[in-house]
Design a protein around this ligand. Structure first.
Ligand SMILES: *Cc1c(COP(=O)(O)O)cnc(C)c1O
Length: 357
């Protein structure tokens, strides 16, 4: 039996989108391949509110995160972490020999503009990474306020992880001044895992020119140059099945549902789940920063989360336990991609039934 997924990726994929993955192959060096890639870029630019070049990578989102910190850090990176995925960015820097310092917030608390200002005022850093939506803690960072501070530091490259939020909430990349914005297919975009997407600014490309060892497969400058030279084609064979499905799904998002409706649906679901969480349990992150795409519920009743998920599984549903150390201390309910408020209501009433709330 297929379990309906309420986990923060991978998400359930609509039948018609899934079928697009089975489109007959085309040559990746053909005009058709260029047309497909240009079409995806134009649609992603709309969804990301950016004029910057869009680039695809046949990796999951982590691939482009690693590529960004390695390709664009000239001197030293300031990695702001509010949970597991911020920590991951710091580990990537270390593993690649990129000098970096981590500025961690207590889990459940945001990266504040003051933290960013304090770190950058030292003059030590020429790149920062920010997690837009931290999937371990269910927290959305105050990126507008952080963007304000970034205006004081025009030479610093601004990288942002929007893996679990792009497509589920409005993120205006150019207005925020984000230089490299990264996402992947299996969360709010509602596609199978396996493709990462980023936007990249001229400023980030100029920085990359000054970095001697950018790696090979995930060298963002090389990817960019290839796209320019070969009309949107890629140095190696990309995942064409994902591209067929992404192009189709983006049309559905932009034209069928509409971006504003999609964002509104996500925030409506988020409000509902937050209300429920507060009634029976509590929210893990500070409420002001609670995510619109998933809710991390604090397990105040000390329920057995693994057992709950087992019971849900018997009924054809799946939620997520807490991340890492939070495994039994929290549980997570994703409300992203094509999930509807009705489905959320159904899930929560089944949880109530199982737990006899
Ligand atoms: C899922 C996730 C990642 C990792 O993305 P992959 O596509 O699995 O590599 C990174 N950051 C955040 C915030 C995520 O939710």
């Amino acid at each position: 039996m297929h379990k309906r997924l309420f986990i923060p990726g991978p998400v359930d994929v609509a039948e018609d989108v899934l079928e697009k993955m089975a489109t007959p192959m085309i040559g990746h060096r053909t005009k058709d391949a260029s047309i497909l890639q240009r079409s995806i870029s134009e649609k992603m630019q709309k969804l990301m509110y950016t004029k910057n070049q869009i680039m695809l990578s046949t990796t999951s989102g982590s691939g482009l995160m690693e590529g960004a910190i390695r390709s664009c850090t000239r001197r030293r990176a300031a990695v702001f972490s509010v949970g597991a995925f911020g920590d991951r960015w710091h580990k990537m820097a270390e593993a690649n020999g990129v000098p970096a310092d981590k500025f961690a917030s207590e889990w459940g608390k945001p990266t504040t503009p003051e933290m960013v200002d304090r770190a950058l005022s030292t003059g030590k850093y020429d790149l920062i990474t920010i997690t837009h939506n931290e999937t371990s803690t269910g927290l959305m960072n105050p990126v507008e306020e952080i963007a304000e501070v970034m205006k004081k530091y025009p030479e610093v490259i601004f990288c942002m992880d929007t893996v679990s939020s792009m497509g589920g909430t409005k993120i205006e990349i150019d207005k925020l001044g984000v230089d490299v914005c990264i996402t992947s297919t299996q969360k709010c975009l509602g596609l199978p895992p396996g493709l990462a997407i980023c936007s990249i600014s001229e400023k980030a490309l100029k920085a990359a020119e000054q970095v001697p060892n950018r790696g090979y497969y995930l060298d963002l400058l090389n990817l960019y140059k290839y796209i320019q030279k070969k009309d949107h084609q890629y140095p190696s064979t990309p995942s064409l099945p994902h591209m067929f499905a992404l192009d189709y799904q983006l049309t559905k998002i932009l034209e069928e549902e509409g971006m504003e409706n999609r964002f509104a649906r996500h925030s409506e679901m988020a409000e509902y789940v937050r209300g429920w969480a507060k009634e029976y349990f509590d929210l893990f992150p500070e409420e002001k920063y609670a995510s619109n795409t998933l809710t991390t519920v604090k397990n105040t009743k000390d329920i057995n989360v693994a057992e709950l998920n087992k019971e849900l599984g018997k009924r054809g549903y799946m939620i997520s336990n807490g991340y890492g150390d939070l495994k039994e201390k929290t549980f997570r309910i994703a409300h992203m991609a094509e999930t509807t408020l009705d489905e959320i209501r159904q899930l929560l009433s089944i949880i109530e039934e199982i737990l006899e709330l």
